[in-house]
Design a protein around this ligand. Structure first.
Ligand code: RNT
Ligand code: ZN
Length: 412
């Protein structure tokens, strides 16, 4: 008997159908964020602003679209399954000088071609940062109408790019709006700022676009660097905005208070929303955007997605940016960890556990949860890698090192 067959039998003994779990995992597309590859720089700006930051200067950052595409391809070759790529507007590929209020789908044609070649989907994000008109960390809530109008135009055009991707690829593209707007110190007038943000968003979303092609999301947060005291687009602001406009409130796992967890929010969103969207990140003491580890919260998050049965209506995207390590390694570890967390959840016999919970048999619950931890999950995961023709956990890293030696280290 192979290790996989033995492991499968052990899971069958606790009532888990491993084949079914693997089939479900196979169909989950995770959106890999292009911005881990070049430290969130993009192609139309020189520095990262907006209250987010990368730290470290590990060599090998992708400096051009060709380098970024090559690196993304390398990463995909080490990740089981077919996924999505998450693009930011600042990654337009064109010889023209195009300001953000002038972007058009054709400026992203090269990414569409790339997606078709790779058999992946695309997601999109307007870029409301790293731009002279966002230098004061104010965009859609800016007191100056001319600045707001510039960014409103950018927001409208971004939806068109996302729609183009969705239509061309036959895979719905998520268009996620995050703005950095906030203040360093305590505001005198909170509501005025929020009124302006609300009005700007109303203009951006005024045009109806078929949700089959493009889904709108808005992403809130607690604070950013330099805007520590007040964030216009807070969690409450966007929860309410999204609910009133039948759109998605995207939850970024790094955007809450330190003891607040997104895993606990999934069930509530599941009950009241058609679709959910996530930015999976790992906050370390603050919104630090570390690469996601297979830690308790990631497992809990995946557990909720599976038990709430929302996997097929959740846009799962990753959002971390670490410039202190090999960037391909960052992607591969993050993507594989997200998949591992989902697989662990899919291998959990929720029906049995629910029965114990409803019978108030918390003793069984505790024992079961702990005993599941030593089931041969690694053998199932190894099989999943094998059938997807990608290297196993003990093999992929050598390939990243080789690519680092042959390609990345030559980028100086
Ligand atoms: C910032 C948000 C946002 C960005 C990306 C680059 O705090 O998380 O999603 O990280 O759009
Ligand atoms: Zn995010």
């Amino acid at each position: 008997m192979s290790r996989y067959d033995e492991a499968k039998a052990q899971y069958a003994a606790i009532g888990v159908d491993v084949e079914k779990a693997l089939q479900t995992l196979q169909n989950v597309r995770i959106s890999m964020h292009c911005w881990q590859g070049d430290d969130v720089l993009g192609y139309d700006s020189k520095e990262l602003t907006g209250g987010i930051a990368t730290t470290g200067n590990y060599p090998g950052r992708a400096r051009t679209p060709d380098e970024l595409m090559a690196d993304i391809r390398k990463a995909y070759s080490l990740i089981p399954g077919k996924h999505k790529l998450n693009l930011h507007a600042s990654y337009m590929i064109t010889d023209e000088t195009v300001d953000r209020d002038a972007i058009e789908p054709r400026h992203y044609q090269a990414w569409l071609d790339f997606a078709k070649q790779e058999g992946i989907g695309l997601d999109f994000n307007p870029t409301f940062f790293s731009h002279p008109k966002a230098a004061d960390t104010l965009t859609l809530a800016h007191p100056d109408k001319a600045i707001r109008d510039f960014w409103i135009e950018h927001g409208k055009r971004s939806r068109k790019v996302a729609e183009f991707f969705g239509r061309e690829l036959g895979i719905t593209a998520l268009n996620n709006v995050w703005v950095p707007d906030g203040l360093k110190d305590v505001p005198a007038d909170r509501i005025g700022m929020r009124e302006r943000l609300k009005d700007s968003l109303d203009q951006i979303f005024a045009e109806k676009i078929d949700r089959k092609y493009m889904a709108d999301a808005v992403e809130g947060k607690v604070f950013g660097i330099g805007v520590e005291s007040f964030t216009v687009g807070s969690h409450e602001f966007y929860t309410n905005y999204a609910a009133h406009h039948d759109m998605i409130c995207l939850l970024d796992t790094g955007h809450y208070h330190p003891t607040e967890v997104v895993s606990d929010k999934i069930s509530s969103y599941a009950l009241f929303n058609k679709q959910l969207a996530l930015h999976v990140s790992r906050p370390v003491r603050w919104d630090s955007d570390h690469v996601i580890k297979l830690d308790d919260e990631l497992k809990e998050l995946a557990k909720e997605l599976v038990n709430c049965k929302v996997l097929d209506r959740t846009f799962i995207g990753l959002d971390f940016f670490d410039a202190s390590i090999n960037r391909i390694c960052a992607w591969v570890v993050g993507m594989r960890n997200m998949q591992k967390a989902l697989l662990l959840a899919l291998l959990t016999p929720f029906d049995t556990l629910k029965q114990a919970q409803d019978a108030k048999d918390y003793t069984t619950l505790l024992a079961d949860f702990e005993n599941f931890k030593t089931l041969p999950f690694g053998d199932i995961w190894a099989h999943f890698c094998e059938v997807n023709n990608v290297p196993g956990d003990q093999e992929w890293f050598a390939i990243v090192r080789e690519y680092e030696r042959d390609v990345l280290s030559k980028r100086c």
